[in-house]
Design a protein around this ligand. Structure first.
Ligand code: 6R9
Length: 654
């Protein structure tokens, strides 16, 4: 996998400088950017301290920029007090009250424009409703919603009263939801009757009921927003409609003063082992980098219409839907559904009708829409677009070129943004108007971000195009605080080497002769399916939980559109099916995994064998399984295998 990547990207030598027209219109000029880099290099803490004073409205100023006493549990902006929702809403009211904050479009086509004043009122009323239902500062609230305005209202309302939200993607199953409810001991679940997705109604409340059927004792209340009008059952002592909870609630709700390092939210993400981890983010540092990256990377300006297509169930939907655009007083689009309903022109239709100027999506969406052909985007007026962005996985140069030429009409710079749930905001990304881009490279680290590629001893690799570990060598404001309830796992996962001094991203990368970063892939067993992180362990555990499965190993297989697809090798209890084929079992296991984790985790391929290839010490040889999944010739040494003869079965040849 990594090897392919090196070869294809090494051939890439096209350069795209920003146009003069773009550079003239941008907020950031090369000279200013240089000054930022210089200042950050000379005085890391002073740089971020100044930024925090400039960009955040504080209730009480901080007295220390960075407290490293208990590293790697860094604390930014000690003793400062603020409220994130106040910074997103209240401070826009003076000059921006009538400006549109959100242009919402439902999948069925319903459109709503919400001004900052209206959003402020919605958030205040709902925040009061939460308080009225007994939620207070520090309580955890699970949000399991469709991609509608109210999802953002719920997040902002939590932030307003200091409750810690944990959004669970609406595509996740009851059992995934249950795990998150239990890990957070949430007091409340906020959901909707349903959401529109892919021309169907996703029955969220029904799934939430399944999750809550057993255990989840911490949950006292379920608030249900009526979106689709589908039939649901309300449990009298537990469930309340959103509109009923809001009855008689005042239109103002004071913003709770929070310590800078009080947690703002938890968001679960996959790791290489064990259950998903609750990534914990702090209030002030997270907000700061949401704002700085909106300015530096998205060049956000007052007339922009910004559209990040990510669901709020992912970090991208947190930073670049729920917080960043509002904290910078911007207008954004929120779209409920999928890109292909009613047809593959939907994204471009939304861009054209709402005058989107900045468009941010994932390579997997770009590849899928590219496949639908050029005629579709060409039939829409995309002339308002001025900047394009991508996130979630490496973008292949072919898709980059299509995005540039067909969507951006060779006019719009592309910002390929590398970051993670744990980093909170963009870390390595171009500054449009200044950075010369190269298709497939996320270019350079942003000011104040000390990214490097190092070898296993932590020494920086200076030789061009030599791969190594991607690390961040200095703390940054929007960094992960810890893993919820598991400080040790936080240390072990992110600070295992280099004397615990460098943050280990879990990606491999190389830098070219210009110092540009090229992400090569994960160094652990994490898959990236359509830009979503999935742990191979999680899928394996789900498979093994099925009554017929004895053992399972999961690897990624390169996929045209998804980037990677899930390929599972399964050892059944009892006999291997004749010729390795059992379509009924395959269908059952796919449905089972969808049920255990969610449809995104469904294996595209399942292959049955009597055993898995293991070394004598019992380690599954995943590299070998990856080679087989790709249908490639096995060149690895297989002599350490316990049972070489199963190779034929694994290859589907016996
Ligand atoms: C924001 C987000 C993080 C992982 C990350 C890396 C991959 C993200 C990328 C990229 C190459 C980019 N990744 N952006 N790889 N180029 N521009 O996606 O967060 O879901 O936590 O995933 O995604 O492997 O480590 P998250």
């Amino acid at each position: 996998m990594a090897q392919d990547n090196i070869e294809s990207t090494l051939l890439e030598n096209r350069r795209f400088p920003p146009s003069d027209a773009f550079t003239r219109s941008t907020r950031m000029q090369a000279q200013t950017l240089d000054q930022l880099y210089d200042k950050a290099a000379a005085d890391h803490e002073g740089f971020w301290g100044d930024m925090a004073r400039q960009e955040i409205d504080w209730f009480k100023p901080f007295d220390q920029v960075l407290d490293s006493d208990n590293a790697p549990f860094y604390r930014w902006f000690e003793n400062g007090e603020l409220n994130v929702s106040y910074n997103c809403l209240d401070r826009q009211l003076e000059t921006n009250a009538d400006k549109t904050a959100i242009i919402f479009e439902g999948e069925p086509g319903d459109v709503e424009h919400i001004s900052y004043r209206e959003l402020y009122q919605k958030v205040c009323i709902f925040a009061n409703a939460l308080k009225n239902q007994g939620v207070s500062k520090g309580d955890r609230v699970i949000i399991y919603m469709p991609m509608i305005t109210e999802a953002v209202v719920a997040m902002q309302a939590c932030a307003r009263i200091g409750a810690i939200h944990s959004v669970v993607f609406g595509g996740f199953s009851a059992s995934a939801l249950k795990d998150r409810i239990e890990d957070t001991s949430a007091k409340m679940v906020i959901t909707a009757d349903g959401g529109h997705r892919g021309g169907k109604i996703i029955t969220l409340k029904e799934t939430a009921d399944q999750a809550l059927a057993e255990g989840c004792d911490s949950v006292e209340t379920v608030i249900v927003f009526r979106r689709c009008g589908n039939d649901i059952t309300m449990q009298a002592d537990r469930d309340i409609w959103w509109h009923d909870a809001e009855k008689n609630q005042p239109e103002h709700c004071p913003a709770q003063a929070m310590q800078a390092s009080d947690p703002l939210f938890l968001l679960y993400t996959s790791g290489s082992t064990g259950k998903p981890k609750g990534i914990q983010h702090a209030s002030a540092g997270y907000l700061l980098n949401a704002i700085t990256t909106m300015r530096w990377v998205f060049d956000i300006q007052s007339a922009d219409v910004f559209w990040c297509t990510a669901d709020v169930g992912w970090i991208t939907g947190h930073t670049y839907v729920a917080y960043g655009p509002l904290a910078t007083g911007s207008t954004m689009v929120i779209y409920e559904g999928v890109p292909t309903v009613p047809d593959a022109g939907r994204f471009w239709d939304v861009c054209a009708r709402h005058g989107v100027t900045i468009f941010y999506t994932a390579p997997t969406a770009i590849r899928a829409l590219m496949k639908a052909g050029d005629a579709i985007p060409k039939s829409y007026d995309l002339s308002r677009l001025r900047l394009l962005g991508t996130v979630g996985e490496p973008i292949n140069p072919e898709a980059w070129m299509w995005y540039h030429e067909v969507i951006g009409q060779s006019r719009c710079p592309i910002v390929d943004t590398w970051w993670q749930t744990e980093t909170g905001a963009h870390m390595i990304a171009p500054v449009p108007g200044v950075t010369v881009t190269k298709p497939g490279s996320c270019t350079k680290a942003l000011p104040g971000i000390d990214a490097a590629v190092v070898n296993e001893n932590g020494e920086e690799i200076t030789q061009a195009n030599q791969g190594g570990f991607l690390v961040i060598r200095k703390p940054w404001p929007s960094m992960i605080q810890t893993i919820w309830g598991d400080d040790q796992r936080y240390k072990d996962t992110y600070w295992p080497y280099f004397d615990g001094k460098y943050y280990l991203a879990g990606d491999s990368a190389r830098r070219d002769e210009d110092g540009y970063f090229w992400i090569m892939g994960r160094i652990d067993d994490v898959l990236n399916v359509s830009g979503h992180r999935l742990g191979t362990m999680e899928i394996e555990s789900a498979l093994v939980a099925h009554q017929s499965v004895a053992e399972a190993a999961v690897v990624g297989k390169p996929h045209d559109i998804k980037g990677e697809s899930v390929f599972a090798y399964v050892v059944l209890k009892g006999n291997r099916p004749d010729g390795g084929v059992d379509e009924a079992m395959t269908a059952e296991l796919r449905a089972w995994v969808a049920d255990q984790i969610g449809p995104i985790a469904k294996p595209d391929d399942i292959r049955y064998a009597d055993n898995l290839p293991k070394t004598r010490s019992g380690k599954i040889m995943r590299r070998l399984l990856r080679t087989i999944a790709k249908g490639e010739q096995i060149t690895q040494d297989t002599s350490t295998l316990e049972n070489e003869s199963i190779l034929l079965q694994l290859q589907g040849k016996a």
